[in-house]
Every structure is written in structure tokens, then in C-alpha cells.
Design a protein around this ligand. Structure first.
Ligand code: WT7
Length: 648
């Protein structure tokens, strides 16, 4: 058995937290045995202009199509139906600025803003089917822009505002976007990031963008290019506009979100309008069961899938009140989250293990400064949570009463796939386990050859059936979609290791591919290698992760310099800066080691995993499993080389 703890935490038995999971089991069983009945009912969680003809078309796997011929609009579901349905005065967002300013926006206020920006987009020539890029901080204009795009049927692609210029340019080019929405700058831990300048630089590497809309957020000087750049305030107009929401097909794309894979090129994950919407609204309800009066806070960034699904679309579909926080969690002090929870009497907090581990290091002093008694449910996402962090969160933030909803999912899955279902029937929790699949998900754990592993054995997590929230394809690359996710097992392969314990609980054990999880962010090692090689100095590089007690993975790079390079002493900081500027600060290597050579297979492939194993002192007994494409002799000499080069 892998080193999983399986201490069981049974929460106080009352109506809300009872441990009878019979209703969960019933729903789960129905979802797999009678998917037509199940999804026909659950799809009613959102409003449709026209009902679908068929729940699932699986005639062309792996291109599954849900709610065939159903018509709907995501922006209509997020705002119009609440404005029309008696909730126009309910608060949609409580926006908290990094400096503590607040803006409170009702559903009516959001509706007004979305319509006005939708009108502006139309006036700027954007129409149904066009692609636009959003490169924005955590400000209200971000969800407004997403919903406005959805309203007119334009496909948006949000690029996390921590990405650098080349990463942004790559996404503009792949999506062929014609318009970018950004801000002059963003506030981050008291500093200003000059977003508009990064956009300008990215636009020197791309050619499709005709218009750049700039929100004035920080007031810093932003260079505006005549004929291309316009201020948000100037284009939105000031009247009260109404833009009729487009009737979108259930299988029209809602957005493209780029995520890292095992090549240098990010994958453009395309989500549908219908299946995705049904999935995220239901999963939020099942997992967290937010009540109409609750205040929900998903403390992720809007630029990642967590923000798309659980700050923007799902909470708005359900008509909830959300906190939208602009800044860093430790700024100005490490009690920032707890202060906001107290001040706004937040009921549900959803954050990452990295955030918990970061705050845990400051001790219990900070949470103790605040009244956290309004909290009813806590959640985590992004990476496996270690039992120690789970328990700290449970005891110190949840007062040993609130369930911890550890939600396992991915950009590709659209929403939660393995998670306790508090809204259906909460199972006894085990710190560190995401527990059981949500309805509709049929997981299994396979070995390399495709055989199911035994209980307690580590293997690869796959899903045997399609589910409504699954992505439709990869933008411009349906072949890669088939190849990466379906070729290995003929069913959806997650790329994660998992183990199932004797009670049937799922434990996620990290990525099985060349992808790192740094502070919950998914980064491709090869992207970082490519960025290093794109500098003038580097000839070869090998990048891998080292376990880090707060961030999950730390980024380690081994590089070979070009002939004659590296004379000036500060080559390491030069390379770190180069990566920071091209890909973004989250990609900055923690360590860069300059070596004279890197081990390669006979076919010339750098043996990244050998370098890693030697670096981590993990050279296992059976080295032949290390690198499938290399011979044992090659690996032996590779190990010798790494040892010699690094004197490790
Ligand atoms: C990868 C997906 C899902 C939204 C944010 C990340 C890891 C995610 C968990 C969890 C263990 C987790 C997996 C997965 N992961 N949540 N609760 N327990 N691992 O989305 O960037 O697409 O990353 O994050 O490795 O494959 P993403």
C-alpha cells in the first residue's frame, strides 16, 4: 500500500452533516445506470431556450456531444434569469480591492454592465464565433467581459494575468483572437504589474489583434496606440443597453482555456456551452450545497479554470453571492483571508493546499484574531492536500466542525470529478483523500498494460464514461486531443496517479507525466526548457520538479551553456529573469544548475528523469523502468554523467 493515511474523521451527526451516504449512492447509481433519465432531470438546473433532442451523442468517440440541439445562453443564465426571476436586488459580487476598497454589485447591476459591454463588443465589430482574449486582473470587469462575450456568442480565452508576453502571444496566435481586453496594470502584494505593456510586447509577436480595450485600474501611464487601443470607459457607452442573448447551441464553444501539457505548446481546452453549464452548476450544488443566503468565496484567480467555473459561471447560474478578492492572500498581512471572512461573514471558503500551507506557516495567531464562526463548509483544489494541512484547516479554520471538501478535477473536466458530495450525502472524511466520484463519473485505476490494479496499488486514473462537463476537443488540434487523452487506454486518461483504499476512497498521488504543480498551477517542464533555450546563452536544458513543502513542486533546471557563454558571473539570475519575462513569474526556476553536459539516449533525447532521480537521490534498484526509450547501459552511464557533472 502506498503511504496513505486513512484515519477517518466522522463529523458531528446532525441533519446537515450526517454520514448516511445512501442518497449519494442512489444518485450515483442512477447517473451511471440511467444517464438519460438522470441528466434530463439535472439539466433543468439551468434555463434552456430550446430543449435538446438527445442527452448524449456518442456515435463519434472520443468527440462526445451532450444535449444535442439544445439551445441556451450562459450569460442569460447568469444574469437575465435572476433579474427576471425575483433576484434583481440580490448581491452577485462583493468585490474587495487589495487596498480594502469594496464594490457591491447586485444581479441587476451585473446585468446592466454585461449588456453595456456586450453592446460595446458588437460596436467594435465582434460577432458570434469570433475569438477574444481577456488578460485581466481580479476586477469586476473580468466577469463582465466573460459574460458579455458569452452573450453575443464570441468565444473568449482568458489568459491568467501572471503570464508573460510570449505565453500571451502564443495564446493569441493559437486562438486567432481579434480583440484583447486588459487593464493598465494590476495590484499584486502592494506592487503594480504593468499589464498593458506586456500586451504591447505580445502584440509584436502576433498579428490578428485589431483592438485592445484597456480598463483603467491603477492609473499608471499606459501607452495607447492610436487606432488600436481604446479605454473601457470610452467604449461602454452610458445609456442602458439591451443586447439580446444569442441562442447558442449546446455544443457551441463557450471558451478556450490553455493549459500545460507534455510538449512546449500549451493545449487549448475547448469547453461547450450546454454540457459544461449543466456540469458546473450541479457539481457546485452537490459538493458544497450552498444555500440561497450563503456567501460563497472561491479564492482562486479568475484566469484559471477554478475561477471560470466556480467564481463566475456556477455561482452566477445558482444565483449566489460571491466574494471577489483582487489581491494577494498575505497582503498586507497574513490574516487577509480571515479578515475578509469575518468582515463579510463568509459561509464557504474554497482555496488551494498551497494557500493553506502558506498560511499555516504563520501559525494559528492570525486565524485566532478573527471570528470565523460563519464558516460552514471549506474546500480545497489544485493539488493533493497532505493530511497535516488538511487537519490544520479543519481544526483551526473550520473549528473541527466544517467538512473539508477536497475537490479533484482538471481544466479538461470542467468541474469537480472526485469530491465528497455534501449536498447529496457526506461520507466520513479521510484527511488527504478526495473520497468518491461525483455522479456521472466512472473512475478506475489501471496499470501500464491497461489492467485494473488491486486495492491499495498505485496506478493511472482513467474515466470509463464521458460526462457532460468534459471538454469537446483541443483548439486546432483534434488529433492531439485523441492522442493525449484517449490513445493510451481508449478511455479518458487523466495523467494522474491514484490509489483506491479498502473502503473505496480515492487518493490522488500527483501527476504521472512531465507536468509540474507549482502552487497549484500546472506548468509543463518542456515549456520551461524551451524558454531557457530561447535565451541567447543556453544550448540544452532539463527541467523537473523537486517536492517542496509549501508549493508542491519547486522548479529545478539543469542547463548546458553555449560555447563561450557564462563568463559573466550572473548568468543564473539572467536566465531566471528571461524565464520570468517570457512565461511569467510563476515559471521562474527555483534553482538553475550550470553543467557541462546532460545525459541523452542514443536517439538524442535528454534523460530528464534520470537527472531528476540522481538529483533527488532516488536512483531505484530497477533502473530500467526509469526511461523506457533508453537501454540500461545508457541509463547507467547517464547516472555516472550526472554524478560527475554535479558532484552529487
Ligand atoms: C491537475 C489539474 C482543477 C482546478 C485547478 C487545477 C491536480 C487538482 C486536485 C486535488 C489532487 C489535484 C491533478 C490534476 N489536482 N485538484 N483535489 N487533489 N490533485 O486545474 O491546472 O487543470 O490541474 O491538478 O494533478 O490533474 P489544472
Amino acid at each position: 500500500m502506498t503511504e496513505v493515511e486513512d484515519e477517518i474523521i466522522t463529523l458531528p451527526v446532525d441533519e446537515r452533516y450526517h454520514t448516511a451516504i445512501e442518497s449519494y449512492k442512489k444518485a450515483y447509481k442512477e447517473s451511471l445506470e440511467q444517464p438519460e433519465t438522470f441528466w434530463s432531470r439535472e439539466a433543468g438546473i439551468i434555463d434552456w431556450f430550446k430543449k435538446w433532442d438527445k442527452v448524449l451523442d456518442d456515435s463519434n468517440p472520443p468527440f462526445f456531444r451532450w444535449f444535442v440541439n439544445g439551445k441556451l445562453n450562459a450569460s442569460y443564465n447568469a444574469v437575465d434569469r435572476h433579474v427576471l426571476g425575483g433576484k434583481r436586488n440580490k448581491v452577485a459580487y462583493i468585490w474587495v480591492a487589495e487596498n480594502g476598497d469594496e464594490k457591491i454589485v447586485s444581479y441587476d447591476g451585473l446585468y446592466y454592465r454585461v449588456n453595456n459591454f456586450a453592446k460595446a463588443l458588437l460596436d467594435m465589430g465582434i460577432k458570434r464565433g469570433d475569438r477574444i482574449i481577456l488578460y485581466m486582473p481580479m476586477i469586476l470587469e473580468a466577469p463582465v467581459a466573460m459574460l458579455a462575450a458569452a452573450r453575443i456568442g464570441a468565444t473568449f480565452s482568458f489568459v491568467f494575468a501572471g503570464f508573460g508576453a510570449s505565453a500571451l502571444a502564443e495564446r493569441i496566435n493559437d486562438s486567432q483572437a481579434t480583440l484583447v481586453v486588459t487593464a493598465d496594470g494590476s495590484f499584486r502584494a502592494g506592487k503594480i504589474v504593468k499589464l498593458k505593456e506586456i500586451v504591447d510586447e505580445a502584440l509584436t509577436m502576433s498579428s490578428t489583434v485589431k483592438t485592445v480595450v484597456v480598463v483603467k485600474r491603477t492609473g499608471i501611464d499606459a501607452p495607447m496606440q492610436e487606432g488600436r487601443d481604446v479605454w473601457w470607459d470610452d467604449v461602454i457607452g452610458h445609456g442602458s443597453n439591451y443586447v439580446k442573448p444569442e441562442e447558442m447551441d449546446a455544443n457551441d464553444p463557450l471558451y478556450i482555456l490553455y493549459t500545460s501539457g507534455t510538449t512546449g505548446k500549451p493545449k487549448g481546452v475547448v469547453h461547450s456551452t450546454g454540457g459544461y453549464s449543466v456540469w458546473i452548476a450541479n457539481t457546485l450544488k452537490w459538493a458544497f450545497n450552498p444555500g440561497d443566503d450563503d456567501r460563497w468565496w472561491c479564492a482562486a484567480d479568475i484566469g484559471w479554470v477554478t475561477g471560470h467555473s466556480y467564481i463566475v459561471f456556477a455561482p452566477l447560474f445558482l444565483g449566489l453571492t460571491s466574494i471577489l478578492y483582487e489581491g494577494a492572500i498575505t497582503y498586507p498581512a497574513p490574516d487577509r483571508l480571515w479578515e475578509i471572512i469575518e468582515k463579510y461573514r463568509v459561509n464557504m471558503l474554497y482555496t488551494s493546499p498551497t494557500a493553506i500551507r502558506t498560511l499555516m506557516r504563520y501559525g494559528t495567531k492570525y486565524p485566532k484574531m478573527h471570528d470565523l464562526s460563519t464558516l460552514k463548509v471549506l474546500g480545497t483544489v489544485g493539488e493533493p492536500i497532505n493530511p497535516a494541512a488538511w487537519k490544520w484547516y479543519f481544526e483551526n479554520i473550520g473549528d473541527s466542525k466544517t467538512p473539508i471538501i477536497d475537490t479533484y478535477w482538471q481544466t479538461e473536466t470542467g468541474g469537480f470529478v472526485i469530491s465528497p458530495s455534501n449536498g447529496l450525502g457526506l461520507p466520513p472524511l479521510k484527511p488527504g483523500s478526495a473520497t468518491f466520484p461525483v455522479p456521472g463519473i466512472d473512475p478506475t485505476i489501471l496499470d501500464e498494460s491497461g489492467k485494473e490494479v488491486k486495492t491499495g496499488q498505485k496506478g493511472f486514473l482513467v474515466f470509463k464514461k464521458p460526462w457532460p462537463g468534459m471538454f469537446m476537443t483541443l483548439n486546432n488540434d483534434p488529433e492531439r486531443y485523441k492522442e493525449v487523452y484517449f490513445k493510451k487506454y481508449g478511455m479518458y486518461y487523466t495523467g494522474d496517479y491514484a490509489v483506491n483504499d479498502h473502503d473505496g476512497y480515492f487518493w490522488l498521488l500527483g501527476r504521472a507525466d512531465e507536468v509540474l504543480k507549482v502552487s497549484g498551477h500546472r506548468l509543463g517542464t518542456i515549456e520551461i526548457e524551451d524558454a531557457l533555450i530561447s535565451s541567447n546563452e543556453v544550448a540544452e536544458s532539463a527541467v523537473f520538479g523537486r517536492p517542496h513543502e509549501v508549493k508542491g513542486d519547486a522548479i529545478i533546471a539543469f542547463v548546458v551553456l553555449k560555447e563561450g557563454e557564462g563568463g559573466d558571473g550572473d548568468i543564473v539570475s539572467k536566465l531566471r529573469n528571461h524565464v520570468r519575462e517570457t512565461l511569467g513569474p510563476i515559471y521562474t526556476p527555483d534553482e538553475i544548475h550550470i553543467v557541462g553536459a546532460l545525459p541523452k539516449t542514443r536517439s538524442g533525447k535528454i534523460m530528464r528523469r534520470v537527472v531528476r532521480a540522481v538529483f533527488l537521490n532516488q536512483v531505484p534498484g530497477d533502473i530500467s523502468t526509469l526511461e523506457n526509450s533508453a537501454s540500461v547501459d545508457e541509463i547507467k552511464s547517464a547516472i555516472e554523467l550526472v554524478k560527475r557533472e554535479t558532484s552529487l
